[in-house]
Design a protein around this ligand. Sequence first.
Ligand code: PLP
Length: 451
Amino acid sequence: MNLADTHSLQASFADPEWLAAHWMPFTGNRQFKAAPRLFTAASGTHYTTADGRQIFDGLSGLWCCGLGHGRPELVDAVARQLATLDYSPAFQFGHPLSFELANQIVARMPKDSGLNRVFFTASGSEAADTSLKIARAYWRAQGQASKTRLIGRVKGYHGVNFGGISVGGIVGNRKTFGQGIEADHLPHTQPPSGSFFKGMPPTGAELADELLNLIALHDASTIAAVIVEPFSGSAGVVIPPVGYLQRLREICTQHNILLIFDEVITGFGRAGAWTGAEAFGVTPDLLNFAKQVSNGVQPLGGVVAKQEIYDSFMQSGGPDYLLELPHGYTYSAHPVACAAALATLAVMEQEHTLDQVRTLAPAFEEKVHNLRGARHVADIRNYGLAAGLTITAHPGEPARRPFEIAMSMFKKGFYVRYGGDTIQLAPPFISTPAQLDSLINALGESLSEVA
Ligand code: PLP
């Protein structure tokens, strides 16, 4: 059924009670329900709204639909899998797709990285908490149970579960929920407003040395892992300074601390490489992924571990029918999600998607930085096919302007994300240069129109 075509549904859009039943995530429910923005179909780079308008998808869904919408290859793969094996437990039994997908993912990890064991989840938040639990359990398996401390970063985003919000550093996501698990935070690497760096900031690598202070304070014997996004999306696209991730890697290695890369946004194409690890030339011990791995059409995430981490669990002794890690989700390695991911990777290979991203990225960088000097723009950051703009604060209401800019864009036929004091762009990998022009031109207009 095409819901948008049904008369009763159209009427429902105007019914506050009907709208109230869904408590929407990460949304100003009151504002939304007063003027709903509903997508009822999607194809290629565009959504169709309930009132029949075409909206360019300037955030690839939520950073996950780089190949665009309604891809026949993915539709077919999902439909075939649903008809063949709609569900299989991944506990105690298995199905071949998960093993094939694990191998396909491993093949796309940086060469000689040793990242070759994949644990599946159904989301990025689950991947974050899984990686933190693996890190702690790893040290315990090594006989170093005192290594429990977890270190994230200010402005970090690692999803919404308790581990993720504890190591995360977006204040708004934490303050509502009280005490999480104990965690420390390194400083963020966002350059001061007005820097307008293209790509990686040239300075700031020394910010990684703050880890040495935390080691001095707590002792490395208490620290399990450091978790960072190679570049962050949710904080408004914050790019690592040249040499920063290398420095972090060196310190972690020297002090026997695991380094986790949360690649939920940077993985599978957004950075113009299969991983941010590859793009930035730094190998973590655990690498989290989600979103683009299945082009967003089915929920899938996971953690890729170095073999030595996996092996330490396998060698922990005990009868071989006993599980080595008491962790997993009902929807871990869901067969339909695995089918979607296998089809996504196949399309990306066939269409040379990484080349496409690398080809589009320089012009995208130029275009987005042309907004320097536009009204309300305090800073612009970019990498690959991602960009973030810091918007000057509306007096007394710092988050208002980004919201109004996004609403103005929606009226013009463009979906972009507003978050904190930023506007975020992550257009589909299949965008044409002309579409990217239109996106940035429309943003320029919205910036000048908003008070
Ligand atoms: N980690 C990072 C870096 C993310 O950007 C996100 C989502 O944006 C998550 C984790 C959470 O993923 P999910 O929403 O699938 O739980």
